[in-house]
Write a protein that binds this ligand. Sequence first.
Ligand code: ADP
Ligand code: ZN
Ligand code: ZN
Length: 817
Amino acid sequence: MPNFIDVIIPIPLQKLFTYSITVSEADFLKIGMRVAVPFGKSKIYTGIVYKIHNTPPNAYEAKQIHQILDDSPIVNEIQLQLWNWIANYYMCTLGDVMRAALPSAYTLESETIVIKNNKKTIDESKLLDDEFLIYEALHHQSSLKIHDISNILDKKNVLPVIKRLLEKEAISVEEEVYEKYKPKLVRYVKLNTNYASENQLKNLLEDLGRANKQKEVVLTLFSISAKTKKPVKVSDLSNESDASSTIIKTLIDKCILEEYYIQTDRVQYLGDDNEDSKHLNEYQKTALKDIKESFKSQNITLIHGVTSSGKTEIYVKLIEEVLNRKKQVLYLLPEIALTTQLVSRLQDYFGEKVAVFHSKYSSHERVEVWNNVLNNSGRAQIVLGARSSIFLPFHNLGLIIVDEEHEQSFKQFDPAPRYHARDTAIVLASMHKAKTLLGSATPSLESYYNAKQNKYGFVELTHRFNDVLMPDIELVDIKDKLKRKRMKGHFSDRLIDEMNETLKEGHQIILFQNRRGFSPIIECHTCGHSPQCPNCDVSLTYHQYRNQLRCHYCGYNMAMLQDCLACGSQDLDNKGFGTEQIEEEVKVLFPDYKVARMDLDTTRGKYGYEKIITALEQQEIDILVGTQMLTKGLDFRNVKLVGIMNADNMLNFPDFRAHERSFQLMVQVSGRAGRTKERGKVLIQTYNPHHNILQQVSTNNYIDMFNEQMNDRYNYKYPPVFKQIKISLKHKDYNRVETASIWFAKSLRQVFHNNVLGPESPPIARIRNQFHKNILIKIPKQQSLSKTKEAIIKINNSFQSIKDFRSVKVILNVDNF
Ligand code: ADP
Ligand code: ZN
Ligand code: ZN
C-alpha cells in the first residue's frame, strides 16, 4: 500500500514536497486531486497530487495531509505532463505553473474563522466595548474572518481582542480551509400556486385592479412564460414589464409571486438554432484541401492568408470535421481579438458548443468553463480562448488553431511561467496526437522560417474574399510637409483631404497611433526639465482626460503641473502625442463628426472594448482613434480610410524585432480598410518614406520583408536563427545589482564565451525602485538547449549561495520577447 504522496503547491519551490497518507486515504486518492496540506509553521495550501508512492523523504519527516478536497481528479495526466514540459522548458517551478494553470477559485485559502460559542451563556455587560462589538456581530453572522473583524473594529491588530474573547469562552476559533467557488444561483419567479386555477387568477387580477403596475407585472409574467415555456428570471420580468424590483418584491411579499433559485452556468449562450457554415470560394476550397493534405504528413501547418481572405471560414470547416470525430477543439487568439464579433460568428455556427475563456472573465466563470472541459461537456467542445486557455483540462483534443499567431501577447512576460502560448500549444497538441494550425496575414519570422525549413506544412491564401482589392497605400513625407507648412498639428494636408472625402461619402475612418514610446511628455520650454517618476527612470506621461501626470510602469500619479518643478516657468509643452491628443485635434478639425477613442483608458471593464466596437459597427462613430488594439481581426464594413499617424516611432523602437513588428502592425491596421466592394485607402505619415519596411508595407511584400529581416537575424545571431535566454537581475541597490550581474555574466562567459551579451542596463534602468540589469545568452541551433539550461541553473545555484547576492532577484526568460 502506498503511503506517501508528492504534492505540487502553488509557490516557487525547486522540489515537490512529500506528505504521508493513511491507508484509507491511499485507497481514495488519485493523481490530479487536490489536497489541503500544512506547510511551514502555520500555513495551509491547496496542493495537487503529483505522485503516489512509498518512499519516505530522507531530509525531513513527512507531515500528514489535512484533507482530500476532490472526489475525482480535476487535473489530468496530460496536463501534468504539459506542466512538466513548461517548467523544464521555461525554467520555472511546477508551483509557478500550477498557479498560472488553475483558476484562482480552485486554490483554497487558509483563514481563521471565528464563531460564537453557543455552549456558554455570556453576561454581555461584562464585555469590553470592542469585545461586545464582535460578540454582537456574531449574533447576526454565524462566523467572521479575521479580516471582517478588522473591518468591524477598524484596526489591524485584532488578535488581542480575539484572545480575550476566547479566554472568556465567548467564541471559538476554527482553522478551516474553504472553497472560494460558489455556484451562481439565478433568481426566478412564478405565480403562487394559490392562483393556479383560472377563477383564482381572475379574482387576483380584479383585486389588483387599482394597483396598475402590479397587474402589469403579473400579466407580463404570463406572457413571457407563454412565449418561452421556460422558467422566468426576475431580471427578465423586471426588464420586460419595466417594473422596479420593489414592485416585484411587493408581489412576493403579498404571496402573489413566489421566488426560487436555479443554479446556472455563468457562461451562457443565448442564441437560437445553428446557422450553416458558408460555402467556400475556390481559393478557400483549395486552401482547405491543402491544409488537410499537409496534415497527412505534418502535425503543424502554417496558413499565410492576406487580411480578409476568409481564414476564419476555413477554420470553421476544419472545426466541423473535428467535432464530427467527437474531439475537442482549442481556438487560440490574442486576448484583444476575442471580441463579440468572432465569438458570435462561431456561436452562430456551433451554438452552445462554444465556450469562451479569457482574463476578463471572473474566477467563477473560469471554473465553469474548466469543469465543462474536464467533463467533456457538450458545452465546451470548442474553446475559444486567450493565452491561458492552453491550461484547460482537455482530454481529447483533435485540433488547435492559433490565429494571429505572430502576436507577441501570446508570450507571458511576467510572472513565471514565462511561456509562449503558441509554442506550448504545439506541445500540447502533440501530447494529444492532435494537429496545430497557425494562421496569420503577417506570420512571425519564426513560423515562416519553420515552414520554409519544412518543419511545418505551409498553405497560402493570396486573394481577399470577394476579390476585394488590397488597400491603396500612400506614404506621406511629413518632413517635407512641415517644411512647406502643410501640417495642421499632427495632420498633413493629404490626410485631411482624404478624411474630408471619406466623410463626405458617408464612410468611416480609423486613425492609428502607436502606443509604445510615444506618450505625451511634458517638457519645460524654459529649462527643458520634464517631470520624472520618483520610482522609475521614466518621464511621467500626460493624461488629458484626468488632467494628471502618470507613470506607465508603476502607476504613480500627480495632478498636472501649473509650472515647472525645476525653474518655475509656466511655459510647459506637450512633447510627443498620444491618442488623446489626436482625438482633440480631430474634434477641432472635424467638428461636425463623431470621434471616439480606443485605448487602454477607454476599454476598461468587461465590455469596455465591445461597446466601442459595436458603436463603430452601428456607425455611431465616424472617426475612431486608437492604438494597437485596432489591429486585431476586426471586420468593419464601412471603414474606408486608415491613417497611420506616425510610422517612425515604431520603426525606431530599440528591439531587434522592431522592424518585423512595425511591418505586422501596419499591414494589419491597413487590413481594416475597405473590406467590402470599395477599395480602401491607407495613408502612412512618416519622416522616412524611403525606409525599406515602409516600402514593403506599401507593396504588401511579406517575402521581401522576411528575407531582409532574416539576413539581419543571421548577421546578429538573433532568433529564429539562434535561440536566446534572457537573464534579468533586479535589486534596489544599484551597486549590488551591478556587482551581481558582472559576476553572473563572467561565470556564463566561462561556459558560453562570446555568446553572452551584457550585463546591460535596459532603456528603463529602474522600475518600482528596483534597478535592472540584463544578460543575454545566444544559443546556436546545434548547441543542446537542455545542456545550456543545466549550465545556467548550476551557475544560478552558485550565485544564490553567495550571501551578498541572495537578495538579488533573478529572472530567467527563455525565448524572450
Ligand atoms: P480573415 O480572417 O482572413 O481576415 P475573414 O474570415 O474575417 O478573413 O473573412 C473576411 C470577410 O469575408 C468576413 O466578413 C467573412 O464573413 C467573409 N467571408 C469569408 N469567407 C466567406 C464565404 N465563403 N462566404 C461568405 N462570406 C465569406
Ligand atoms: Zn523649467
Ligand atoms: Zn513609476
